[in-house]
Design a protein around this ligand. Structure first.
Ligand code: N7H
Length: 481
């Protein structure tokens, strides 16, 4: 039977949901603390200049109705992108299957945030909650249907070599086994809100699940909100999606909903009916060696300046006005220059989305990036010594309808190898050759034929897992019965 939330769940209902989770297991004082909280008045999302805004509820609903998308059934993190203020990734194992299934329906489902709820401050919950399962998690739940994605089926640990990781010795130990059955995503504007939601849920779930590992992320403090740890504005060019984004910005065009969402128009995989509206969630903990990057070629490595201004349009200097201008900062194709005097052929944004280099942007290789930075700002000592002493990086999240067409294709086929059209070396940001030196041309604007030898990987994989973020109807149906 298909579960469908008939209407937007108002904040007060969600709030009651959290409170009731608390009231079952917790003291009256905790309940009072919750009831004392005001309803949300500020968005839990950041909205820095330069990043596209989230569409209005009205516009998204109109687009969704026209395309047949059910935004009440699609989990709220998938189409929103890199806009969370604080986020906790809580990786769990299922300890008692029967009890977990029951509580999945009674205690988790009412708190899951839908896409519709995320589109307006007044309907956003105090803390967003989403859930996704690994193949081991589906196995534990006795779900035997194939989701039609072999990478998901095998898990990320099996894929380390294909992704260019130098083995798994740098991996967080918890990612190297098969003990992670799922991940809970908590997002809010304060850590206190997240901690409250975590303890409520932990008490509600009792011994049915165990915490295996967690990673806490946060948008960087002002004036760097929206910028990742190397300093660059991120989340500028997530793809607009048919059925969600009413009017794409200049230089962007809508991708089929089925590039991101399973079972929707443009997804060519074979999926069970209950998976429709879900998406594969790739999680990677990517450590960044920030103090070690002492290069004036940073913008040429990324293909954008720190403000977000594209190097193709402003090759010689940063142009913050262009970077902040949503109507112009994506309006380029790489045909503006034919050599590497504009954007280097191997720059990160050109490798991961070659635009007109392939003759068309309609490659079917788009991903929705929804990660967040983790770890502290660089300390004075680290800056002085040019050495990382406390880990920081990107809690990378991407959503796609097929991992092998999305994240894995971008990492393995485009970022790690020679650029198919030009042979200028791997991606200087994320390209990985199992730890081997990377030779790249185009980084020096005064001599674009010069080869730069990168002997250090400035982004180090600490591993991760492949998950499936199911539609709410599957959480209430297939997965909990
Ligand atoms: Fe990237 N960076 O700060 O250098 N990325 N990325 N990424 N990335 C982008 O356009 C970065 C990673 C893509 O449509 C920007 O939104 C860092 C992985 C794609 O034009 C910046 C890490 C993969 C795009 C960064 C990292 C991708 C993109 C420009 C790891 C996939 C959009 C801002 C620590 C395998 C391209 C923007 C387009 C953009 C950075 C990881 C993919 C600044 C530091 C693993 C598809």
């Amino acid at each position: 039977m298909k579960f469908r939330i008939s209407n937007v769940v108002p904040a007060v209902v969600l709030f009651t949901g959290i409170a009731s989770a608390l009231s079952v297991h917790d003291s009256t004082s905790a309940l009072k603390r919750e009831t004392a909280k005001p309803r949300r008045v500020h968005s839990l999302l950041i909205n820095p200049a330069g990043q596209p805004a989230v569409p209005s509820l009205k516009a998204a609903t109109t687009a969704a109705n026209a395309a047949g998308l059910n935004l009440d059934d699609i989990q709220g993190d998938i189409l929103i992108g890199m806009k969370k203020m604080k986020e906790l990734f809580y990786f769990f194992g299922i300890a008692d299957v029967a009890s977990f299934k029951t509580k999945l329906a009674t205690d988790i489902l009412p708190l899951i945030t839908t896409t519709t709820q995320m589109l307006d401050n007044s309907t956003q919950p105090i803390t967003l909650l989403n859930i996704a399962f690994s193949q081991r998690g589906l196995d534990a739940l006795n779900v035997s249907d194939s989701l039609g994605d072999s990478d998901f089926f095998n898990g990320q640990f099996e894929d380390a070599q294909n992704l260019g990781d130098p083995g798994t010795t740098n991996w967080v130990p918890e990612f190297t086994g098969t003990g992670i059955h799922g991940v809970l995503l908590f997002a809010s504007d304060t850590v206190v809100n997240i901690n409250d939601a975590v303890s409520s849920l932990e008490s509600a779930m009792g011994n049915s699940m165990t915490k295996v590992y967690s990673l806490s992320g946060a948008a960087r403090p002002a004036p760097n909100a929206g910028h990742e740890h190397f300093g660059f504005l991120d989340g500028i060019s997530n793809p607009p999606v048919n059925g969600f984004t009413p009017s794409p910005l200049a230089g962007q065009s809508n991708v089929s909903a089925g590039e991101i969402l399973v079972g929707e128009d443009g997804d060519f995989g074979t999926r069970p009916d209950w998976a429709k509206g879900g998406s594969f969630l790739v999680f990677r903990q990517l450590k960044q060696l920030v103090p070690e990057v002492r290069t004036s070629f940073g913008a040429r490595m990324v293909g954008r300046w720190k403000s977000g201004a594209p190097v193709e349009l402003s090759p010689l200097f940063d142009d913050p006005v262009l970077g902040a201008d949503r109507s112009r900062n994506n309006d380029f194709t790489f045909a503006e220059t034919t050599d590497q005097s504009g954007c280097p052929f191997g720059a990160h944004i050109r490798k991961t989305r070659p635009r007109i280099d392939l003759g068309t942007d309609d490659t079917g290789r788009h991903i929705m990036r929804a990660g967040i930075p983790y770890g502290p700002e660089v300390s004075t000592d680290e800056a002085t010594e040019n050495t990382t002493s406390t880990e920081r990086g990107l809690a990378f999240v991407s959503y796609q309808s097929t991992i092998g067409n999305g994240f894995k294709f971008l990492q393995q086929t485009w970022a790690n190898s020679q650029f198919f059209a030009h042979g200028q070396g791997p991606d200087p940001i994320i390209g990985a050759l199992a730890g081997a030196e990377r030779d790249i041309t185009g980084l020096d604007p005064t001599d674009t034929t010069k080869t730069t030898k990168l002997t250090t990987d400035f982004v180090v994989s600490r591993g991760g897992e492949y998950f499936f973020s199911p539609p709410l109807s599957a959480i209430s149906g297939k997965l909990s019965i």
